[in-house]
Each structure stands twice: as C-alpha cells, then as structure tokens.
Ligand binder design. Sequence first.
Ligand SMILES: [Zn+2]
Length: 437
Amino acid sequence: MTTIVLRGGLVVGATSSARGDVLIRDGHLDEVGESLAAPPGATVIDAEGCWVGPGFVDLHAHLREPGREEAETIESGARAAAVGGYSAIVAMPNTEPALDNAALVSYVLARGATTPIDVAVAGAITQGRGGTHLAPMAEMAALGVRLFTDDGIGVQDAAVMRRALSYAKPLGVRLAQHPEDEQLAAGGTMNEGAWSSRLGLIGRPALAEELMVLRDIELVRLTGCALHFMHLSTARSVALVLAAKREGLLVSCEVAPHHLTLDESVLATFDPLFKVHPPLRPRADVDALRASLVAGEIDAVATDHAPHAPELKDLPFDEAPAGMLGLEHAASLTFEALGAEGADERMFFSVMSRGPARIAQLRASDARPRHGAHGGSMTAGEDANVVVFDPRARWRASREDLQSRATNTPYDQRALRGRVRALVARGELVVSEGALR
Ligand SMILES: [Zn+2]
C-alpha cells in the first residue's frame, strides 16, 4: 500500500486542532506530529494552509442502481463522492426494486466494495417502500445495515412506524425518516406561501414536515428506539428536534446543503433544477438553519444527492421529478453556511464527518462487519480515511466538470469557497489536486 505524508496542514482533531504532518502507512495513520520525516518512496502532499481531518461521511446518497443506471451507478456515484471528499457514503434504498431484502443489499454492498470508498447501505423500513408491511430488517442488519428508511417518502401510517421502531430497537439499528405528511403535501411542487401563490403553483406546507417530526418524536418517546430525521428544512422542525434532544430522547437530524444555501425565490424561474422534497423554503428558514448549524444543533449535513436523467429534468415543472445533485459541492456549501473565513474547523468536521459517522455506526468503536472506520479523531492507529480541505480556495461550480452521470446541479456557475484538495480512502490516495487519480 502507498505511504503518504500530508505535510503542514491544520490537523483537526475531535477536541483541538494543531498544525502538523500526518504519516499514512499500510492503511492506517502511522504518526501525527510536527516535522515527520518522509519515508523513502512516500507520496508527499503539501497541505500548507489546509484543514486535514477525517474523510467526509454522507448519510443520504441516491445512487440509482439497480434500476436507474442512466442517471447514476454505484461506481459513478462513488466517484462523485470521492471528489467531494467523502470516504464513506450511505446508499439510499429507493432503487428499482427497493433495497428491502438481504439479496439486494448484498448486491449493492458487493458493487460498492469495488469502488475506492466505503459504500454502506440503508435498507427499506417497509416492503417495496409501500408503507404497510415491515421489511425483513433483521436479515439486512445481519449484513451490517445500520440505517433503515423509506426515503423519498415518509412512513405515513403511525401504527406502522410504531411497529418499525419497536422492531428495530433490539436490532441496535436506527430508523431514518423523510418527514413529510403526503396528504398535507399532496400535489405540491414548492413551498406553500406567498411565492407559490404568486407563481400559481400548489404548495407543500411547512406543516407537512413539522407534523411528522412532532408525531415521530412522540413515537420515539413511546418506543425508546433511535430515530434520525432527514433533510429538515424549517426552523420549527429543528427547534422541535432540539427540544426532544434536551429531553434525552434518541433523535438526531440532518440538513441538506440546498436548504442551507437556496431559498424558494429561485423557483420564479420555473426551472425544475430547483424542485426538491421537502421544498426550498423562505429566506427566514434558510437563515435559521444556518444559525442552528453554527450553534452545533445539527448532527450532520447530508447531501440528498438525487441524480436524474436529463430528459426527466427537461419535463415541465409540474411533471419533473424532485431532487438535485449534492455530493460534489456539499463541502464548499457547508463551509459557506458556516461562515466561510469565519467557519469553525471542528464544527465543519463535526457535521461533515464525525456526526454522520456516529449516526451511520461507522466509527472505530462500532461493530462494522464490512467497512473501515470513519469520523476519527486524527490520532495514530486509526484507519486512513482522511480529507485535505483548502479553506482559501475559490472556484466556480460547473456542470461540465461533474463526475456524476447526471447533470442536474442547481449550482452551475455558482462561485464557491473552500475546496477538497485531496482524499485518502482505505489508505490510498484517491483524489489529489482536486482531481481523481
Ligand atoms: Zn427524502
């Protein structure tokens, strides 16, 4: 295996940061300290001025395989993740067919193992994501699945959700909810409010999200099972989860980069690139989510990377599918949301790596039958999953440069700050100078 020295960066540990070198050998962090000698034949990466921390972990990537390989494959999604600085991603189960049994989970795990990063799998909560009959979670958990979700849709029936939580608890796994009440959101294509009235589009009210968050908090209280809320988009949703945490309930939450950076006014273009569920919200919600992120109230930034084939996003706004790309720009957008130059580097790695690794049970302290350890504290002996992020970089997002098979990014030509310079995953240099090797 390659010997690598990351030279002179700010090494971001779990509790403190210090300038130094990181020596990577035989798949592990061999030494972390000042002025380390480079062994003969080592690849030396200049990390001067950069943040060096645990590789990012994405809790929420739609890889579209099996079933929609024209939009993305496990291989192309993993490449997009790598240039985005991710050493591990969790593949969502809303494929065709849905990942609701051990055979399909095994297939995705095997395909993921051929990529340079760790591809973990989230299994479906209900059979076919139909919302009525529980999927065989135990057989999927036996393969190492630690997160279960029907994402794309929330589990609408409270009795089914209660049963799922009760069933999941002894398995030691976590359920993840896409919180939207489909009846309240029915027919909606954007946030319900002044803009939807002005544009003549049917809205999805904030209440559709908040009501399910409220319901599920009570189900967690009842069952004692851990629950993760996906892509929270309103100030009130985050406040509800924060209050539940303070009561000691086992809840966690993520926000998506688009909800931290874009507000509903961009829908005035009627461009389906901006269509997403839950929808982009008013500026006040965007500002509140950013404030919560800075305050450490959000456990993870998760991409909700949702590739779509071009012909689908070329449909009229009403008919186009919801969802946008996320993996390749999430780190820069999170850096921006944390205040760019003013961003706290430990908070950055907390929401991009350590928080999501904890929720996905991908840390060294977790039982991981198939994957390496992620979200580490940058000390000797850890698995070598490390990212080098340059907070001084300024660049422009371009649809032309994407590794993803799809091109439905809402950030084309957006000026970005901070960029992934290098990624070491499973001990190998996967990205250097911002490009795949
Ligand atoms: Zn979702």
